[in-house]
Design a protein around this ligand. Structure first.
Ligand code: THU
Length: 139
């Protein structure tokens, strides 16, 4: 669903934090800037940007940087996560990021994908990775 930001307070908060992070993107190869902001169940928000590498496969997406920062600070569960790029098209999270989200999200975790015009797509995590392989298979 494409919509305009109206009364979605979580979107507005995460958008502002991601926007302030966008210029930290380290992307000398793609020249694409991506930022993420993640709201954790403890109420704290963590940000991240994409960090590319001369060995391209060592690149990490903004979403995983934000999530790993949160987890490494002791936060546990993702309530909402936003990904912002400097492109006109709205970029949804990549498959690897969805798998990482599966570890710390719930089916109702909100995922926003947005651009600098504040056009955004809003998903529930369960829509983005149905049938995820997660910790429930390993107990
Ligand atoms: N990228 C992200 O940071 N998040 C995504 O969801 C998709 C892709 C980054 C990785 C790379 O630095 C650039 O965008 C082009 O793929």
């Amino acid at each position: 669903m494409m919509t305009k930001p109206t009364l979605d307070k979580t979107y507005r908060k995460l958008f502002l934090i991601a926007k302030n992070t966008l210029d930290k993107a380290y992307s000398p190869y793609s020249h694409i800037k991506v930022a993420s902001a993640v709201l954790m169940s403890n109420g704290r928000v963590y940000s991240g940007c994409n960090i590319e590498n001369a060995s391209y496969g060592a690149t990490i997406c903004a979403e995983r940087v934000a999530i790993f920062k949160a987890i490494s600070e002791g936060a546990k569960k993702i309530k909402a996560i936003l990904v912002l790029t400097n492109r006109n098209e709205i970029w949804p999270p990549c498959g690897i990021c969805r798998q990482v989200m599966a570890e710390f999200a719930s089916p109702i975790t909100v995922v926003y994908a947005t651009n600098l015009n504040k056009e955004f797509l809003k998903y529930r995590f369960s829509e983005l990775l149905p049938g995820a392989f997660d910790k429930t298979f390993l107990v």
